[in-house]
Design a binder for this molecule. Sequence first.
Ligand SMILES: NC(=O)C1=CN([C@@H]2O[C@H](COP(=O)(O)OP(=O)(O)OC[C@H]3O[C@@H](n4cnc5c(N)ncnc54)[C@H](O)[C@@H]3O)[C@@H](O)[C@H]2O)C=CC1
Ligand SMILES: O=C(O)[C@H]1O[C@H](OP(=O)(O)OP(=O)(O)OC[C@H]2O[C@@H](n3ccc(=O)[nH]c3=O)[C@H](O)[C@@H]2O)[C@H](O)[C@@H](O)[C@@H]1O
Length: 447
Amino acid sequence: MKLAVVGTGYVGLITGVCFAELGHEVVCADKDSGKIEKLRLGEAPIYEPGLQEMLWSNADAGRIAFTTDLAAAVRGSEIVIIAVGTPSTATGEADLSFVERAAESIGEALDGPKTIMTKSTVPVGTNARIEAIVASRAKYPFRVVSVPEFLREGYAIRDTFNPDRIVIGTDRAAEIEAIVELHKPLTDRIFVTDVRSAEMIKYASNAYLATRISFINEIANICEKVGADITQVSAGMGQDRRIGPHFLNAGIGYGGSCFPKDTKALIQIAGNVDYDFKLLKSVVEVNREQRNTMIRKLREYAGSFSGKTFGIWGLAFKPNTDDVREAPALDIVSRLIGEGARVRVYDPAATANFRSLLNDPSIEWCTDPLSAAKGSDGLMLLTEWNEFAEVDLRAVEQTMNTPILIDGRNLFGDKIGAYSRFWYYSVGRPHLNRSFTKGDQPSAFLA
Ligand SMILES: NC(=O)C1=CN([C@@H]2O[C@H](COP(=O)(O)OP(=O)(O)OC[C@H]3O[C@@H](n4cnc5c(N)ncnc54)[C@H](O)[C@@H]3O)[C@@H](O)[C@H]2O)C=CC1
Ligand SMILES: O=C(O)[C@H]1O[C@H](OP(=O)(O)OP(=O)(O)OC[C@H]2O[C@@H](n3ccc(=O)[nH]c3=O)[C@H](O)[C@@H]2O)[C@H](O)[C@@H](O)[C@@H]1O
């Protein structure tokens, strides 16, 4: 099939490349000429495992092309995929301006009957709005189908080829043959429903996953006080098939381009129909508080931040991505430097993106984990990249000024016990934490 993808970000690019891999002819359009220029030269503008190689092979085979000319991309296609961003507005609602502009351009460019497939995460009623916008400009018949995206960054290609399900939202089930055909090679779990339910499935899924994370973080906070181990609790809970083992990792809380914005958007969607979504508001609040806990612990262990230097391991909102949107590290680094500390940061992939959002003379950009820890008065692990698990902790401890380790992702397990000189804090595992007895200072602890 001939596909046009409008918006060549994380979702648009992965979708385009994966459908090209399946043999379709894909044209990806984006208004960002810098991004398109890079892609034309064969360079993936994002870090995602496996993407660069798949991009090269499909570009070489002539199955994928890139353009800033949205109209040209639409004209040659049978299916037009909308994958533009839907960021938060200042009040937390989804900003639909990119979707609306895309719909206008698509409407104007239609040169024959087409299917428009919305992958962007959009509030209930938005696909109807897209349909109205396109209809006001189009001279040919078209249909709009909602196909929300569920891929995770860091596993985007794997998730695209092995989805748990494909949700297709349509109010005219007889007209979705092409969309079903397109997705059949990916899975036979295709769930066809009405458009509004499809739109809601996406928000409800993200909100539920965010809820699990805040729930397990609160259980972890209680574990700390009652002497239980959250890792054991999650493992034991996860064996119940009604609960399942996923999304029960306690830590610093969720970040990323989607959970924070989609939870806020769903609270607003509910508010717009006079429904006070109390549970989800608490989920967001618990998540915010979890980041504060890390700062509080560092203060408890290290004292005042002013004039001190701290190491930061991990800037991305999670491993295997260079995405720093709503990353806990943005908050935490800002707070540390705001209180007069210097920070030495390292991330295997996200440094450039982080620097474009937060660049300050108090930040030193390091190129390996050891140099970020060097001479520091405390180290915070904020992203659980494998690379950090493999670092020689003895060398880390020796290079630090004060060996305080705040493990925001519970990355280090029992092996931390072998390094008795570390002052260690992890979430919900009191038996591993070396907490500080009143009056002690790290130097006294080391003596
Ligand atoms: N990032 C993720 O892991 C996932 C994102 N989603 C949803 O998919 C949508 C896209 O997200 P991302 O790919 O992360 O966004 P992104 O910000 O990485 O990419 C969006 C792209 O759309 C382009 N764009 C905006 N308006 C345009 C227009 N009128 N014409 C052409 N290009 C235009 C932008 O230049 C940008 O390159 C959002 O609604 C998001 O919630 C859904 C599932 C996963
Ligand atoms: O709508 C979206 O954009 C996507 O949002 C999430 O995907 P993503 O944000 O890429 O990453 P996740 O793996 O879900 O992690 C999100 C955040 O939760 C945190 N997390 C995750 C799992 C866990 O057990 N504990 C936990 O703190 C991660 O560290 C990360 O900060 C969803 O998992 C995808 O299904 C969805 O398509």
